[in-house]
Design a protein around this ligand. Sequence first.
Ligand SMILES: Nc1ncnc2c1ncn2[C@@H]1O[C@H](COP(=O)(O)OP(=O)(O)OP(=O)(O)O)[C@@H](O)[C@H]1O
Ligand SMILES: O=c1ccn([C@@H]2O[C@H](COP(=O)(O)O)[C@@H](O)[C@H]2O)c(=O)[nH]1
Length: 236
Amino acid sequence: MTTYKRVLLKLSGESLMGEQAYGIDQERLNDYAMQIKEAVALGVQIGIVIGGGNIFRGLSGAAKGFDRVKGDQMGMLATVINSLALNSALTANGVKSKVLTAIRMEPVGEFYSKDKAIETLERGEVAIFSAGTGNPYFTTDTGSSLRGIEIEADAMLKGTRVDGIYTADPEKDPTATKFDRISFDEIYNRGLKVMDLTATTMCKENHLPIVVFNMDKKGNLLKVLSGEDIGTLVHV
Ligand SMILES: Nc1ncnc2c1ncn2[C@@H]1O[C@H](COP(=O)(O)OP(=O)(O)OP(=O)(O)O)[C@@H](O)[C@H]1O
Ligand SMILES: O=c1ccn([C@@H]2O[C@H](COP(=O)(O)O)[C@@H](O)[C@H]2O)c(=O)[nH]1
């Protein structure tokens, strides 16, 4: 049983590296595909956005001297590479999915529209939204909140490599403690950086709750969808 009819799942590009220093770890990719397969079997409609941090980020490029806009375009293309990899892993696991792109690039994927996204979801297929928002100076977190709002998802599930939202970055501060629930306002007031502020504000203003959870632990996606109390719920 699940309380969710339709969700937007954000996957971290950086997590897709697994233990590697760069690129796509096949085992991690396959684990994600299997978790998504379990979720589809529950009858939940799933739209997915995957980041590109395992390949390229515009800001890091700019720090090395790249033009920022070109760097961001490279980052958006990185998310297309990850989306195609996920599409292929889902097919190998018997799950139908379609890659929609925010930048025109047929035949790599179909150009995104809300109607196409909803048709895909209502056919019971996974919709993979690639190339972020299609615009530089944004992130895939903002792309996720945008697509989540457009498809009228019940929640945005941010699958990452930490167990939820903490009082500070748990990868840097071992004394940080986890929130089970937190309001949008408290995220601003405490200056927490688990998601960028543009994405957080879009979710707040459009009443899209967020669940932050650890996608790198097998079975966690199913637990979140089944209402198990893991991760952190961000509420209005
Ligand atoms: N207060 C906090 N609570 C939890 N995580 C935090 C916090 N502040 C910073 N973080 C960091 O945010 C990271 C999660 O962000 P996210 O999943 O978007 O990863 P990413 O590296 O940005 O992925 P992508 O490759 O998709 O860009 C965690 O790995 C954690 O280190
Ligand atoms: O709407 C968007 C989304 C992403 N980008 C660029 O892509 C990279 C990778 O995305 P992450 O969210 O960091 O994983 C990002 O750093 C931007 O450079 C974009 O320009 N617009």
